[in-house]
Design a protein around this ligand. Structure first.
Ligand SMILES: [Zn+2]
Length: 145
């Protein structure tokens, strides 16, 4: 306890007070980032981000080497992410299920599935009756148009 008190007072006395580049107000910089030039107000944060983006864009446009390095780094990050995702999925999920695209041959399968999904019915006779109903309704609509 006695050791912590002097440290606190030391930290308080050595806390760095900076002046914001945008609003000009004085603020206490984080002790980890003593070089901070922008305070934490939302508008100042937005301005800081805009400045950083502009600077980064300039670097990208002018410096081909920087561009290449960034591109390489992003590609490596992407490949790492991809590998990680593959690893996470692999153990128990198994292969990704394959669904046939809708064709005239399997249209009735998809249609029966749709009716079952919409109504919550699993009974084959009910589904057949509903399919016939849908056919009648569709036929009437098509004949009218
Ligand atoms: Zn500010």
């Amino acid at each position: 306890m006695e050791n912590s008190k002097p440290d606190e007072t030391l930290q308080a006395s050595t806390s760095i007070r900076n002046i914001c580049n945008v609003c000009g107000s004085e603020f206490t910089a984080s002790f980890r980032h003593s070089h901070q030039k922008y305070c934490m107000y939302p508008q100042c944060t937005r301005d800081r981000n805009a400045v950083r983006k502009k600077k980064n864009t300039k670097l990208h446009l002018k410096n081909a080497d920087y561009r290449a390095r960034t591109s390489q780094r992003k590609h490596e990050e992407y490949m790492l992410r991809k590998a990680r995702n593959r690893q996470q999925r692999a153990p128990d999920a198994g292969p990704i299920p394959f669904y046939e695209p809708v064709t005239t041959r399997n249209l009735d399968v998809y249609f029966m599935g749709l009716i079952s999904y919409a109504t919550g019915t699993k009974s084959a006779s009910d589904l057949a009756r509903l399919r016939d109903c849908c056919y009648e309704i569709g036929k009437n609509i098509c004949l009218r148009v």
